[in-house]
Design a protein around this ligand. Sequence first.
Ligand SMILES: NC(=O)C1=CN([C@@H]2O[C@H](COP(=O)(O)OP(=O)(O)OC[C@H]3O[C@@H](n4cnc5c(N)ncnc54)[C@H](O)[C@@H]3O)[C@@H](O)[C@H]2O)C=CC1
Ligand SMILES: O=C(O)C(=O)COP(=O)(O)O
Length: 388
Amino acid sequence: MYQIKTYNAIAQAGLDQFNDQYQINKTNDADAYLIRSVNLHDESFPKSLKIIARAGAGFNNIPLDRATKDGIAVFNTPGSNANAVKELIISLLVASSRNLFDAAAYSAHNSGADISLRTEHDKTKFKGSELTGKTLAVVGVGHVGSLVANAASALGMNVIGYDPYLSSDAAWHISTTITRARTLDEALKDADYVTVHVPKNEETTGLIGKEQLAVMKDGVHLFNYSRGGIVNNQAAVEALDAHHLQTYMTDFGEDILLNRDDVVVTPHIGGSTDEAEVNGATQGAHTIMTYLETGNIQNSVNLPNLQVPFQAPYRITLIHKNIPNMVGQIATALANAGINIESMSNAARKDVAYTMIDLDNLKNEEDNKLIDTLSKIDAVFRVRVLKH
Ligand SMILES: NC(=O)C1=CN([C@@H]2O[C@H](COP(=O)(O)OP(=O)(O)OC[C@H]3O[C@@H](n4cnc5c(N)ncnc54)[C@H](O)[C@@H]3O)[C@@H](O)[C@H]2O)C=CC1
Ligand SMILES: O=C(O)C(=O)COP(=O)(O)O
């Protein structure tokens, strides 16, 4: 029986994917966590934990290096909530270009006998502009950014994308109408609207700061639906005060953004739709089952991809450092134990590697001894024995 622990609101349709080999939230000694945005940086992991699946895109809430050293595979569910974010960004483009929030707030307090006269007089204050023909810069053209770029292009906007790490896979999904900027400044300088869709990491923290805001045109609208800290809020507030930035909309509040007419803060709702939550939880549940039952890895954010059909009766998996002679030591340890290797696969990602060994025979009582022997090899983080 595998034990799953959930954090945050995980869609029931995702939990329903687990068969009767799985128990949910019955113990703290979980084999797998299925999570959303819970901050795991200050939590220690139980020894039983083998996998963390993040139902969603961003994984900056998970201590990746520590998880790797504890032999825990971490996955996200790429693209599961990208459409939800895209639709929200399109709504914000419209809302900012048409002064929608201010106009609605005005009408909410406008009453009395002469309402129609006053409305016709005051509505000029809320005159907007149209998106067609305006320029949108999309910073980060991955799952979310590419959908935003394509949808904005379909609305008649000129879209310019910036993504120095764009994968060739992702490039296939981008409309040919999108212009590619070679530098961030090139993307920002002509934009009427700027939207940021990058992961939060050391490089992207403060990606949009004072200097980048200075490159933008007067009257620009800025959206940060990636993570708090990717836009420097202090710099954004100064640009708003100087009437250089027209509006700033973000999913990640901070005190300095409060009580301003030119700021809209939403409560981290970018991925909060029924559809996205079902997608993420379902994808996360399948990821957990695949990894626990076969050891196969796809879309991990800390381990290399490695997928081999699990056909032999037994499989040993090892997470270890990517240093010379690891595979040699593992094979020698198995030979010394009199175990014959049917097939062996290995893949590396930066300084971590993953090895899967399929076996025809393994005596029942050998499991623990074998795990013990292999775990003692220096730089091995985790050994598992899987059986059909
Ligand atoms: N507000 C919300 O509820 C949600 C927020 N997000 C946030 O949005 C981020 C992006 O999501 P996805 O598009 O699904 O991820 P993704 O991984 O598919 O795309 C991210 C893109 O950013 C690019 N990138 C990385 N560093 C960059 C840099 N310095 N400059 C320009 N581009 C850079 C990558 O090459 C990649 O193409 C997530 O990491 C998450 O933090 C995602 C979903 C929901
Ligand atoms: O997927 C992401 O990166 C998100 O920010 C969505 O977070 P959530 O699952 O709504 O807590």
